[in-house]
Design a protein around this ligand. Structure first.
Ligand code: DC
Length: 221
C-alpha cells in the first residue's frame, strides 16, 4: 500500500495540469487540489466588488474582510468565498487574466499560502499550480514540471471554452497564454520555475492516460 504523500504538478497555463492532476488523484484515490482556483477566487471577489484594478493596499484590505477556503467534494477541492461555493464561476478568461495579475501581490500570496500548505501537509494530495514544488510543498514525494508547446495549449484551451459554449479565437488565446506565461515566469515573488528536484514532462504528444502511467512509475513506494 502506497504511503499517502503528496505530488506537486507545476507548469504554465493550459499545460494540462488540472486534468492530469485530477486523473492522477483518481488513480491513487487521493485528493486533487487546484491552487489556481484560489487565485481565481480572489480575482472574482475583486471583480464583484469592482476592485480588479484597485491599488495594492485596497486589494489587501479587501482580502481582510473575506474568507477563502477549500472544501473537499468527490476527491476534489471546491473553493468557498465567505462560505459560498464559487468553484463553477472561476473559469472565464477575464478571471484568469485578473488572477495572473493579482497573483504578483505579496499579501495575496501570503493569504493563500497557508490554505495550500494546510491541505498539502495532510497527505494524499495531488496539488497543481505554479509554485507548488518550489514554495508550497518543498518536501512533496514527487514533483512534476509539466510542459506542452504553446499551440497545443491554445488548442486545448479553445476546446475547453467551446465545450462551455464560450466563443473564442485561437490566435487571441495563444497571445494571451504567451503574455500570461511571461508574467508568471518573470514575477519576482514565487515565479513559475522548475524546482531543481522536479521531473520534466512534456505532454504535447501524450494522452492523459500516458502521462498518468509515466508519473505512477516514478512515484516512490
Ligand atoms: O492555473 P490557473 O490558470 O487557474 O491559474 C490562474 C493564475 O493564478 C495564474 O496565471 C497564476 C496564478 N497562480 C499562481 O500564481 N500560483 C499558483 N500556485 C497557481 C496559480
Amino acid at each position: 500500500m502506497l504511503k499517502k504523500g503528496s505530488i506537486a504538478i507545476d507548469g504554465p497555463s493550459a499545460s494540462g495540469k488540472s486534468s492530469l492532476a485530477r486523473a492522477l488523484a483518481h488513480a491513487l484515490q487521493w485528493v486533487h487540489a487546484d491552487t489556481g482556483a484560489l487565485y481565481r477566487a480572489v480575482a472574482l471577489s475583486l471583480t464583484k466588488a469592482d476592485l480588479a484594478e484597485a491599488p495594492e493596499n485596497t486589494i489587501c484590505q479587501h482580502l481582510k474582510d473575506r474568507t477563502i477556503s477549500y472544501s473537499i467534494r468527490d476527491n476534489s477541492t471546491r473553493v468557498l468565498l465567505n462560505g459560498e461555493d464559487i468553484t463553477d464561476f472561476l473559469r472565464s478568461e477575464e478571471i484568469g487574466r485578473t488572477a495572473s495579475r493579482i497573483s504578483q501581490i505579496p499579501c495575496v500570496r501570503k493569504y493563500l499560502f497557508q490554505i495550500q500548505r494546510n491541505l498539502g501537509e495532510k497527505g494524499g494530495v495531488v496539488m497543481d499550480g505554479r509554485d507548488i514544488g518550489s514554495v508550497i510543498l518543498p518536501d512533496a514525494s514527487l514533483k512534476i514540471f509539466l510542459l506542452a508547446d504553446v499551440r497545443t495549449r491554445a488548442l486545448r484551451r479553445l476546446s475547453e471554452l467551446e465545450q462551455q459554449g464560450i466563443p473564442a479565437n485561437l490566435d487571441i488565446i495563444q497571445k494571451d497564454l504567451e503574455e500570461r506565461d511571461k508574467r508568471d515566469r518573470t514575477r519576482s515573488l514565487a515565479p513559475l520555475i522548475q524546482a531543481p528536484d522536479a521531473l520534466l514532462l512534456d505532454n504535447s504528444h501524450m494522452t492523459i492516460e500516458d502521462s498518468v502511467k509515466w508519473i505512477l512509475q516514478k512515484l516512490p513506494n
